[in-house]
Design a binder for this molecule. Structure first.
Ligand code: 0RA
Length: 632
């Protein structure tokens, strides 16, 4: 008996040792993302307990020492001796990899991607962890150091409540940083509260005098859609919602159309944002197109309109597709694509059935939605005509690139860079300063169109945007866009460090985000970082990219003789200076644009570029301090 206990113990330690040796395999990385992942890992366990119907409240506390405490009111982790391991089940759950789901309720446990590796991983990566279980009218407590229990589970005082309290101190030998970010945790916990209707999730920050966010959405993903559309004009006031449970697959979908032209569909599988889509998304899209076309045909609303395309029925669509399935398979480049084939048919039939039902029950609302889709289809047909015309014109002009483009001589896209530059004067400096072998310059005149407020046909008739599209070469729109045709693998936005520059940059970012997202997803979009100051002393001239750098330079130089110049526009630099400071690949820094959080990106772009003024004013006020380089 003792023998097998020891043997198991050794196995357990080996398991946790493996986690400490290769933490990234279990939590993705040991940077700030991995650090935050520890919290999600523990919270996922509490959510599982809630999904099983035993828990409705979770509190996450960031303590002053950046340790994290997660308390839930579930059943509490079992404490009785475990049949195989002969120690408290609690100790098994905390020390054995993947032991969490071995008990019961495996159905919805998140077990793919990076989630669902279990609390034992958090334990292994914490320099200390204490767990308190409230169960059987008692309190049970155990403390671990780097995953190793200090002593067996101890039964303490009496308690009438049930639940689990996990308090952990991430290990500084493992993590590059130990500092938690309130907003990062808040966003994820809010998302979890949207996706799991009714659960109350509290985030408390003791470093900030107990600052608290409380999330609880009785409406679940309906509240999520309403939140996304807070600043928009919905076509039908109440979001469409349906829920189905088939073959152990739980499906819920919330839909609302708004009067803009973008498509916002977020999909989740077992609370994980499946950013690359997958079978649930495919099933949903296919059913949506079918139901709307059936309705169009039956109601004979527009006899000239033969067929609505997928894009037509998704213009102005905001939807959340949320599935929970027993054994999720995550695929794709970033493991964020749901692969389970059976899910497509299930989501498709559920959507078809429930949406058809909704349309029959609410013919007035259905009509408003179909009208919106018909308008999209008409615009699409008009846009296609306009595009064909430009293309024919281009063909006649021998497929010429825009006249304003100063192209490079290199033809291998992986070596080519395109600078999109604000204004003709800066464009002139950039043309003279560049290395023409591999750097192309496209100067923009003034501001480009705000694509957030226009439809594709109008966007395609805008001269500035047309030049950008032609210069890049990929085409635009779901049917035409082809990343492999991109003529440059670095597209660099270079604008002035003032309000206008910031505005133009945002307009360009919005354009790429909405119409060429794969340019961003493939890491092709960058933002140039021109210096803010030049500091001159005698013959010596140095550049500063931040205020701190400027002060550092001034300290070294003789302050009295140093002359500081604040650059407001790129045009104030001569071609050599622009090359040296901003364009020379050997010296410059450029920022790669990436989308870490697509829910947030959606919010930021629609608030910044959409119709509603008040939320924009609020956003700018709240974020003004983060925008250091803005010269207001
Ligand atoms: C294993 C089995 C059961 C619950 C849990 C683990 C559990 C784990 C965590 C982690 C954080 N909070 C938690 N709450 C529960 C089932 C318990 C039973 O059958 O009574």
């Amino acid at each position: 008996m003792t023998k097998s206990y020891d043997a198991d113990k050794i196995q357990v330690l080996e398991g946790l040792e493996a986690v400490r040796k290769r933490p990234a395999m279990y939590i993705g990385s040991t940077d700030t993302n991995g650090l935050h992942h520890l919290v999600y890992e523990v919270v996922d366990n509490s959510i599982d307990e809630a999904l099983a119907g035993y828990c409705d409240s979770i509190t996450v506390t960031i303590h002053k020492d950046d340790s994290i405490e997660v308390l839930d009111n579930g059943r509490g982790i079992p404490v009785d001796p475990h049949a195989t391991y002969k120690v408290s089940a609690l100790e098994v759950v905390l020390t054995k990899l993947h032991a969490g789901g071995k008990f019961d309720n495996e159905a919805y446990k998140v077990s793919g991607g990076l989630h669902g590796v279990g609390v034992s991983v958090v334990n292994a990566l914490s320099k200390k962890l204490t767990v308190v279980v409230y169960r059987n009218s008692k309190e049970y407590k155990q403390t671990y150091v780097r995953g190793v229990p200090e002593a067996p589970v101890k039964a303490g005082g009496t308690s009438q409540k049930t639940g689990t309290r996990v308090h952990f101190w991430p290990d500084d030998k493992i993590f590059e940083t130990l500092e938690y970010n309130f907003d990062t945790l808040s966003k994820r916990l809010r998302e979890l509260a949207f996706l799991n209707a009714g659960i109350k999730i509290v985030l408390r920050d003791e470093r900030k005098n107990g600052k608290e966010h409380i999330f609880q959405f009785k409406g679940g993903i309906v509240s999520f859609v309403q939140h996304l559309n807070e600043t928009k004009n919905p076509v039908v006031k109440k979001p469409i919602y349906f829920h189905a449970n088939r073959d152990k697959v739980d499906i819920e979908i919330a839909i609302q159309y708004i009067d803009t032209y973008t498509e916002t569909v977020f999909t989740y599988a077992n609370n994980i944002n499946t950013r690359e889509g997958g079978t649930h998304l495919a099933g949903f899209k296919s059913a949506l197109t079918r139901v709307l076309n059936d309705f169009l045909k039956r109601e004979k609303l527009d006899k000239k309109m033969p067929q609505l395309s997928g894009d037509d029925v998704r213009e102005g669509l905001v939807a959340i597709v949320n599935v929970k399935i027993p054994n999720p398979q995550f695929e794709g480049q970033t493991k964020m694509k749901l692969g389970n084939n059976e899910v497509k048919g299930l989501v498709e039939s559920a959507t078809h059935e429930q949406l058809s039902f909704y349309f029959e029950e609410n013919p007035g609302d259905a009509r408003k939605i179909i009208e919106k889709c018909i308008q999209s289809a008409r615009a699409r047909i008009a846009a296609k005509k306009a595009r064909d015309l430009t293309r024919r014109k281009n063909a006649l002009e021998n497929d010429t690139l825009p006249g304003k483009l100063a192209d490079c001589s290199e033809r291998d896209p992986s070596k080519c860079e395109l600078f999109i530059v604000e204004g003709d004067s800066a464009g002139g400096s950039a043309k003279q300063g560049r290395d023409r072998n591999f750097q192309a310059i496209l100067p923009l005149k003034g501001k480009i169109l705000n694509v957030e407020k226009s439809r594709l046909d109008k966007i395609l008739s805008n001269e500035e945007i047309k030049t950008i599209i032609t210069a890049i070469g990929t085409g635009i729109g779901a049917e035409e866009f082809d990343i492999s045709k991109s003529r440059y693998h670095k597209i660099i936005i270079m604008t002035d460090a003032d309000v206008d520059g910031a505005h133009i940059r945002t307009l360009l970012l919005t354009f790429f985000f909405r119409y060429m997202p794969d340019i961003i997803n493939n890491g092709h979009l960058y933002i140039a970082q021109p210096p803010l100051y030049s500091v001159k002393s005698g013959k010596e001239m140095l550049y500063a990219y931040t205020d701190e750098e400027r002060d550092g330079i001034l300290k070294k130089m003789d302050k009295a003789k140093a002359n500081v110049q604040r650059y407001k526009g790129l045009g104030e630099m001569n071609p050599e200076q622009l090359w040296e400071t901003t364009m020379d690949p050997g010296k410059r820094t450029i920022l790669q644009v990436s989308i870490d959080d697509d829910v947030e990106a959606e919010e930021v772009f629609s608030v910044l570029m959409g119709d509603a003024v008040e939320p924009r004013r609020q956003f700018i006020e709240e974020n003004a301090r983060n925008v250091q380089n803005l010269d207001l």
